[in-house]
Design a protein around this ligand. Structure first.
Ligand code: NAP
Length: 288
């Protein structure tokens, strides 16, 4: 029941109506008996500053950010966590006594799904396909969490050199070995797949009109390679089907989705999100 003391959290994004976050957080507030609500606000870069001022004005717990606001919000905040600074993007703002601190819980969320699979990235070699926002969050977090080596495969287009320079800087700041290779370099890819512990598909190959496609030749999948596809709809992509056929352990992106939200919830409330119940809920939603 909404009262005079009810606290507010929300998401600033555009478009925003498809977001699963309101359902996830409102269910968690109710299950934990927290007097708060979470709303979706259609906010783009034109009205972002005013919306951020609203976090202070309305004493909000904080907000999540999604497209197109994850980087644009940074100049409006009072501080950044280490991972948000390195990633250069914020998906969660926490209102700490009117100081707005930006975090990026995407990579941390992914790491919790890795732990859930009984693994750790510490001293491991990761192979990441794609170099967009999700890949950056995962690579930075892996480097901060003691990953030994990360190899990233990206198309050799006009953003290749800048992406390479970006990851060179992350490597220098974290002491993790990070290299970016051409997606077309099959020889290098074959070599890296043999020596990697974890493979992450951070491209959209496997969903939408690329549903029938797979981001890597199935001959490169081997039993010792644990495969994470960040896609969660469909729940089992072509890559995950091939992983299963090759005897590889694998997981889709639902864990990352769930835990990035759970960490934001913890940052706002100091309480754990009841993830089992929330997982059942988003599992059903993601198939629609
Ligand atoms: P993004 O910023 O658009 O990056 C996509 C990356 O995929 C880019 O590096 C792009 O290459 C690469 N790519 C696209 N098509 C390709 C192709 N045909 N061959 C080779 N590379 C290709 O997207 P994002 O936000 O990082 O998301 C990536 C994936 O993760 C999506 O499937 C998304 O649904 C999923 N995701 C899941 C979660 C979760 O919680 N589970 C969260 C975020 C994202 P170029 O750099 O060359 O353009």
């Amino acid at each position: 029941m909404i009262s005079g003391k009810t606290k507010l959290a929300g998401i600033f994004a555009s478009p925003v109506t498809h977001s699963l976050s309101p359902k996830m957080h409102n269910t968690a507030f109710a299950k934990c008996g927290i007097d708060a609500v979470y709303l979706a606000f259609d906010v783009d870069q034109k009205n972002l500053l005013k919306a951020v001022e609203g976090i202070r004005t309305f004493h909000m717990l904080g907000v999540n950010l999604s497209m197109p606001n994850k980087t644009a919000v940074i100049p409006y905040l009072d501080g950044l966590s280490k991972e948000a600074e390195l990633i250069g993007a914020v998906n969660t703002v926490v209102n700490q006594d009117n100081r707005l601190i930006g975090y990026n819980t995407d990579g941390m969320g992914f790491m919790r799904s890795v732990e859930e699979a009984g693994l750790t990235v510490k001293n491991k070699k990761l192979m990441v396909l794609g170099a967009g926002g999700a890949a950056k969050a995962i690579v930075v977090q892996a480097a901060l969490d003691g990953g030994r080596e990360v190899v990233i495969y990206k198309r050799k287009n006009d953003t290749f050199a800048s992406v390479q320079a970006y990851f060179k800087n992350v490597a220098e700041q974290t002491n993790c070995s990070i290299h970016v290779y051409d997606y077309e370099d099959e020889v290098q890819m074959r070599k890296d797949s043999q020596s990697s512990d974890i493979l992450v598909n951070a491209t959209d190959i496997g969903m939408g009109n690329k549903k029938e496609l797979t981001p890597i030749d199935k001959a490169m999948l081997h039993e010792k390679l644990v495969i994470f596809d960040l896609i969660y709809s469909p729940q089992e992509t072509q890559l995950l089907k091939e992983a299963r056929a090759n005897g590889c352990e694998s997981q889709n992106g639902l864990g990352m989705l769930l835990y990035q939200g759970a960490i934001a919830f913890e940052l706002w409330t100091g309480q754990e999100m009841p993830v089992c119940e929330i997982r059942g809920m988003i599992d059903g939603s993601s198939t629609h």
